[in-house]
Design a protein around this ligand. Sequence first.
Ligand code: ZID
Length: 258
Amino acid sequence: GKRAFIAGVADDNGYGWAIAKSLAAAGAEILVGTWVPALNIFESSLQRGKFDESRTLPDGSLMEITKVYPLDAVYDCPEDVPEDVKANKRYAGSSNWTVKEVAECVKQDFGSIDILVHSLANGPEVGKPILETSRNGYLAAISASSYSFVSLLKYFAPIMNPGTFLFLRHLLYPFSSSFKNIVKLSLVLISGGATISLSFIASERIMPGYGGGMSTAKAALESDTRMLAFEAGRKHQIRVNSISAGPLKSRAAKAIGS
Ligand code: ZID
């Protein structure tokens, strides 16, 4: 079976949870990365059985989460963490939650993964029009919602099982006016590691209310998806995709006020 790491699960209302369930129903082993400040409540709710109803899979069994990793995807390594965050009670209670450390822990625990899901975003000023957004708010949105994916891919790609490239030859003869057959070669990456993130149409269209630099963050996420698919496809033989999601009443969506 495949092993999946889903970053951005802290309750049973969001996309990350739903994706985890679908993957579990398809037979995958589930690991999740939970934002450090939300870790305690998520783990205790899991243990108390609060999610048992929504953990139920189509065959009646309960989704098992093999391991919950504390994660803060705005920090790549311990040296990046400011003193006040280090000293914060919630953060001090957990360890190894920077992206690099989480990837190292997953490697130690399981060796490799097949699927990486990025289902996280944060824009502290999402409620403000971009014209009123501060530089800090804008950069924070990009850091948590866009660079977090670059960072996850950077540290997880080396522990992702690679796929193989397949050469496909398309014979275009019947449609060609030329006497000679036209043979087109294309390179298709099959099987192996796959990564996915969740975007939003506000990346390309005006969606009033999706402020604070979040529209910018999704545009960056989609642009990065193309570049990273090119780079990680060649370097690690893994796929990189993004889905533009529809509305879902998650915790994050409530912050948008939509
Ligand atoms: P969620 O609250 O379940 O997931 C977000 C997670 O990110 C939470 O678990 C947070 O704890 C976690 N998180 C925040 N900061 C950090 C951090 N620094 N490190 C680690 N974890 C962190 O909400 P969700 O399921 O809505 O969000 C998942 C993904 O879906 C995000 O990328 C969203 O931007 C994306 N998405 C959601 C929706 C939606 O409606 N819920 C839409 C499009 C994309 C959307 O916003 N019409 C209006 C709005 C929308 C669609 C249509």
